[in-house]
Design a protein around this ligand. Structure first.
Ligand code: ADP
Length: 357
């Protein structure tokens, strides 16, 4: 009698639990250890367009055709995954996988359409405002240059005020350009159609050439270790931004007479671009946040040096467009080492353009 009672209570509880999962707007999928469907709630049936119960025992990767899906479902790939819902391409789902104790896994997909839309609105807004500011700034700068060339600038006080105005206009212009560049990097992953085999060593030499005045002004020594045979399949603008921003920082934050090293080559874990300086370094507590927009260790100093506070955010986003990542190592007084790590699959022969991953 007592056992019956416990059993009834248990089955009532199981039914309650099932009802709760059934009512959830999120997609709840239970998979066995081979990635095959065990159970799915009604939201899942609707959004993933499954046939219940006919699809039980079929692999989930069978319906959801998206890159990385197999790796994600097996638990070896990314820990979360975004995909368009099979039922409606306008809906965006984000999946998270929770391994269960007896193998198998629980996969939950949430509707993140609204969050993505808001993110898009934010990005578009920043890009539009920056774009609109471009022309007025060009006009103001043009007239200021005229005034600086004219008789008005001969008056010492007026001349120095005009110079200040010109400096601030230049600052605003670089801010606008950096914001546009960041918006572009954030907007999407790199598109293979726009990519090409880039001879990275030549690109680095090119950027170093444009920075020559700053380098010689501070009498900095540049050490280069560039693998000239190693090309990379990427968009030129992205790589230029990465190299330029990292080198500009190294030059800015290294005292005169010291040295900077730049290297490019293949490592065991990816293609590595490393820029190492011999400046004052960055304290550990700042390292985590240094690639956030407008994060500066010393606001006044960064401004004086003409920094916008966006350089490293641009670098990070540019590297992430290729599923790569940016590593920073530094200690106070020991200089800083910035490494952009790209997937090996982007390796190309600098001679033939052949895939050499
Ligand atoms: P900024 O335009 O201010 O240089 P960044 O995004 O490029 O903006 O860098 C953010 C902050 O990180 C800088 O303000 C500076 O404090 C610090 N930083 C960047 N690069 C270096 C470096 N090579 N050495 C020391 N500090 C650095």
């Amino acid at each position: 009698q007592r056992q019956m009672c416990i059993r009834d209570r248990l089955s009532a509880q199981i039914l309650q639990l099932r009802d709760a999962l059934q009512a959830m707007p999120d997609v709840v999928v239970l998979m066995d250890e081979r990635g095959q469907l065990v159970w799915v709630n009604p939201s899942g049936i609707r959004l993933l367009q499954l046939q219940w119960p006919d699809d039980v025992g079929k692999p989930l990767a069978f319906w959801l055709r998206t890159p990385n899906l197999r790796a994600f479902l097996s638990g070896e790939g990314p820990s979360s995954l975004q995909l368009a819902a099979p039922s409606d391409a306008q809906l965006f789902l984000e999946g998270v996988r929770y391994p269960l104790a007896d193998a198998g896994a629980l996969v939950i997909f949430r509707d993140v359409t609204r969050i993505r839309q808001l993110e898009q609105v934010r990005q578009d807004f920043v890009a539009n405002v920056s774009h609109e500011l471009r022309s007025p700034l060009t006009v103001v700068r043009g007239f200021l240059e005229n005034l600086l060339d004219g008789p008005l600038a001969e008056d010492e006080e007026v001349g120095s005020q005009l110079h200040l105005m010109e400096q601030q206009t230049l600052r605003m212009q670089s801010l606008v350009e950096d914001l546009l560049s960041l918006a572009r990097m954030e907007a999407a992953e790199a598109e293979p159609e726009r990519c090409d085999t880039i001879i990275f060593s030549a690109l680095i030499e090119g950027v170093l050439d444009t920075l020559k005045p700053n380098i010689s002004e501070k009498r900095l020594k540049i050490h280069k270790h560039l693998d000239e045979t190693l090309g990379i399949f990427a968009e030129q603008v992205d790589l230029t931004s990465i190299v330029r921003n990292l080198l500009e920082n190294a030059i800015k934050y290294t005292p005169a007479g010291r040295s900077i090293s730049i290297s490019w080559g293949r490592g065991p874990d990816g293609l590595r671009l490393t820029v190492q300086d011999t400046g004052d370094g960055i304290a550990t507590e700042h390292l985590q946040r240094i690639t956030e927009r407008f994060y500066r260790v010393d606001k006044g100093r960064s401004r004086r040096m003409g920094g916008t506070g966006l350089g490293l955010a641009i670098v990070r986003h540019a590297v992430e467009r290729y599923q790569g990542h940016l590593e920073v190592h530094s200690e106070i007084g020991q200089g800083a080492v910035f490494t952009a790590l790209f997937p090996l699959s982007l390796a190309r022969s600098a001679v033939s353009g052949e895939n050499v991953s």
